[in-house]
Each structure stands twice: as structure tokens, then as C-alpha cells.
Design a protein. Sequence first.
Length: 417
Amino acid sequence: MYTFDKSLAAFRRAQQVIPGGIPGHLGPTEGLHLPNDGFPKFATRAQGARFWDLDGNEFIDWMCGYGPNILGYNDPDVAAAAQAQAKKEDVVSLPSTVMIDFAEMLVDQVASADWAMFAKNGGDTTTLAIMTARAATLRKKVVFVKGFYHGVAPWTQKLDYPGVLEEDVANNLYVPWNDLDALRTLLSENRGEVAALISTPYMHGNFVDNQLPAEGYWQAVRKLCDEHGVVLIIDDVRAGFRLDLAGSDHYFGFEADLICFCKALANGYNVSALLGREALKEAVSSITYTGSYWMSAVPFAAGIATQRKLRELDAPALFERLGTRLTDGLTEAASEAGFTLVASGAPALFYLRVADPADSLMLHQDWIAECVRRGAYLTSHHNHFLNAAVTEADVDRTVEIAADAFAALRTRHPAVV
Ligand code: PMP
């Protein structure tokens, strides 16, 4: 059974000089790794579908760096493209034409897109999308779907969060997921005032079973947005390219006005992109928006190699097949041990919840920790991610680990069995 002594010592060291030790979503609390001492904190090496931690433990990684690892860590084709570009140039006083190559490729590939603007983080693109919608419509209000996550800019946060002003969120309106009546009412009540609706392509929120769109939902949302002159923004930062290389709006049979990508664009090289329709090109061009590293050429070259390989592999079909094999195996292992495990969302980004006999967050976290101690890197209360380096043997080994973890859970929680 794995131990994490070196990781924990490094974490204590980090806490002295870095607020929170590991801030943000890779940290022990926001990263939802609880219980804290049951998890590694620092990695030293990653290859394919695996990484190794500071204590030398090896993991089959089902988190993929929270999404960027889509082909496998250190993919040789992406690494070669990035290294070849790095030898020529990266951050220079002028951009490289590789930026145009990447934009052309994405505009060709993503069904709803006529142009692409590049940045670094997913949050850069969601913010640019909101500003573009406001610039185009000259309206202030934005509709969010409850349970959303669109980054950390003040407009994406909640009123009671530290550092957030009333003004930051004063124009935010909220509707429940899959609730067309609520959306219809909200848009009527705010007629002529709503600039945009921003949503992920399906509800992949934390702490809840993930929910796919109801039949006809997106087509009805598209129609309502058209009727009310509302810009429809799809935040595909997390799901992008795991469901459909033409965009998750394409997967669900509709077209967004603006679509945000980041995580899976370049297999870990740092680039994000806002793509959009011709009608919004002038509005997006009018906005003051840039960053020191936004035109660095290496991630563009990596992105081109990544997207090319995803197409060659037909990666979304691979993710669907392996993700289904895994979630079927895990739910079966649970029921053999007398538990019910609910898998939800798309198989490429599956979400897990130990639901029965006791639908308890702690029981779920204990099971996840038992899996991690045995070498399957899963996490609690957040969706997971598939990558193209995963093999059937990795899936089957993970199911074995999960079965052992359920057996351990039964011993530690005899009352709930
Ligand atoms: N939107 C969604 C749906 C996300 O999952 C994330 C990142 N987890 C973001 C936006 C923000 O992206 P970033 O952290 O790169 O700014």
C-alpha cells in the first residue's frame, strides 16, 4: 500500500512560502482530494497514462492534469512539434505564422467557428466571450446555469465569496440546468437586457451527478437565444475535444455563437482559444484584450500536432469505448461488494458517486483514497478525464484496484454493508 511521506513533507515546506501550499484546483481542498493525508501532493514524472509521485509511487491517472492531458503525457509527436518550434522561436516581438496555421486548423475543424482568438487560460476566453457579447449587444446581463464553473474572474464568482463586490455579479442571472420554462420566463422578464447565456455543453459540476441535456434542450435554448437576441456562449474548456473534435455544440446538434476551449487544445502546452461566428468578429476585434505570452509559438505548434493526432486516432470514439468499459467495470465491482456506484456524465469525463447503502460524501472519499493508495488516481466530487494513451489493460487494472478498495471499505465500514 502506498505511503506519501515525502509528498506530505514537501507540502509542509510549500505551506511556509506559498499561500495554501498548493493553491487552486491541484491543491488538497479545492482539488477535492480529501482526506488530505491519503493522497500524494507532488509528481516527479509523467508518461502516457501514468505519473509518479515524490515517494516513487506509480499511478494510472484518471485526472489527466484536470483535462490538458488528452493524448498521453509526453506524447512523442506533440513533443517533437514543440521542440522543432522551440528551436526556431517562441516568444518574440512579432508573432509566428504558426498562429495563423493553428487558427485555420481550428476554424476548419470546429463546426460553429469562423475565427479564433488565442489566450492562455480557460478563464481568459470566458471573460473575452462575455465582453464580446456585451460589446455586440450593448446589454449588461448574463444568464448562468446553476452549478456553473467558468473560471475565477470576479464576474464568475458569488457575492459571498471573499474579494467579490456586489457590482461584479450585479448583472448575473441564474437558471437551473435543463429547465426551459425557467429560461423562457427569465428572458421574458429581462427582455432587451440580456447580452449572453453562458453554459457548459452539459452539466459537469462538482459534488453532483453530472447531467446530460434533455432531448431537444439545446435546440430550444438556441431558438430562445435567437428570439431574444442573446449571444449563446458554450464553455467547452473542460469537455472540449473529448466528445467531438468539431466542438461539443456539434456533438449535441446545435451551433454556439461563441465557444471557449483550453484544456485539451495542445496536450498540456499552454494555450486557450475563443472561437466564434462571423457576426461577432467586429465586436471581438474592438475589445482591449491581450497578454505577455499569448502569442508564444511553441503551444501553437503543439496544438496543431495534438489536434492532428486526435483526428487520426478518432479519439472521442476511443474515449467513449474505454470510458464505458471502465464505468461498467467500476459499477459492477461496487455491486459485487454490496455498494451502489453511480457513474454519470459522458464516459470520456465520467463522474462517480458511491450512492448506497449510505449516500455519504465521506464513504465516497474513503473509497477514492483506497483506490489512490493502490495506484489508481481518481478524485472525489469532480469529473474524471480519459486520455488516448489509456489501454484496456489500464482499465482492467483500475477495476481490480477498485474492487480491492471496495473490499477494504467493507472492512472499515461494516455497519453500512
Ligand atoms: N470553464 C470550465 C468549464 C472549466 O472547467 C475551467 C477550468 N477548470 C475553466 C472554465 C477555467 O479555466 P482555467 O482554469 O484554465 O482558467
